[in-house]
Design a protein around this ligand. Structure first.
Ligand code: HEC
Length: 235
């Protein structure tokens, strides 16, 4: 991996990058695609428990969490959180602040958007967990409305999570109960592209459409998440 910048003198420092088939989001104050809407306490909680009301760790952050950040001293985690909140975002890159827009289950079934092919898939396969309103369920199921992964123009994390599901998050020796299932064997490239196009253009999200070729490409390059065995053995 090539570093874009080495310290905070560059506005590109910690501003997000593609890594192992995931898009590691900005850790700067970007309100849509970074930590702008997270409080210092949210960041601390994320590093300590692997989840908060905005997101759950994914990709290589799951390993970083399982094997490292949860074991750091509280004071260090708080210092990291404070430091990250000191890095300004870039509205030029990030765009106008996200605002929730109503695209609710009822309206979906009736309205314009019911014509989008991904709408039905979302209601049938995803809404039980992520909610017809896209808001998720507290810290257990992350929201898709306003999430960095649904706002970033890079769509790798949306696709990878849906294709491969999530790796097991092990907090204080206890594996998590709620996981993102893998849809690799249940949905075609076209169906995943359609459902994610729905997700990334609903509720005020502006990540944009997903093409079947993008899904095909990641399908060939990635495998279903399975970090649990390694993690349990390392503890
Ligand atoms: C059984 C509950 C469940 C179902 C059904 C489900 N998800 Fe998830 N989803 C989760 C959980 C839990 C996570 C957090 C996983 C993690 O990152 O460890 C998640 C994470 C995600 C993420 C990553 C979000 C982020 O930014 O952190 C995306 C994208 C996603 N799901 C899309 C979908 C789509 C699309 C469907 C339907 C095809 C779907 N999910 C169905 C539980 C579910």
């Amino acid at each position: 991996m090539n570093e874009k910048a080495l310290d905070e003198t560059s506005p590109l420092y910690l501003s997000g990058a593609l890594l192992d088939g995931w898009y590691a989001p900005s850790l700067r104050g970007d309100g849509n695609t970074g930590l702008g809407r997270w409080s210092e306490a949210d960041i601390y909680q994320f590093l300590k428990s692997g989840r908060n009301r905005h997101a759950v760790v994914f990709g290589s952050m799951t390993d970083a969490y399982n094997n490292s950040t949860q074991f750091m001293a509280d004071d260090d985690l708080k210092a990291v959180a404070r430091y990250l909140k000191s890095l300004p975002g870039d509205p030029g890159r990030d765009g106008a602040p996200w605002k929730y827009e109503e695209t609710s289950g009822g309206a979906l079934a009736m309205g314009e958007r019911s014509k989008l092919p991904g709408t039905q898939t979302f209601m049938a396969r995803c809404s039980a967990c992520h909610g017809p309103d896209g808001r998720g369920q507290g810290q257990w199921i992350p929201p898709l409305a306003g999430s960095a992964s649904s706002m970033a123009k890079e769509n790798a994390s949306s696709i990878n999570a849906t294709l491969n599901g999530s790796g097991r998050v092990v907090a204080s020796g206890i594996p998590d109960a709620y996981r993102m299932p893998s849809y690799r064997n249940q949905l075609s490239d076209q169906e995943i592209a359609d459902v994610l196009t729905f997700v990334r253009t609903s509720w005020g999200n502006r990540g944009g459409t997903v093409k079947p070729e993008d899904v095909k490409n990641l399908r060939e390059r990635t495998n279903p998440a399975s970090s649990e065995v390694i993690v349990l053995q390392m503890r």
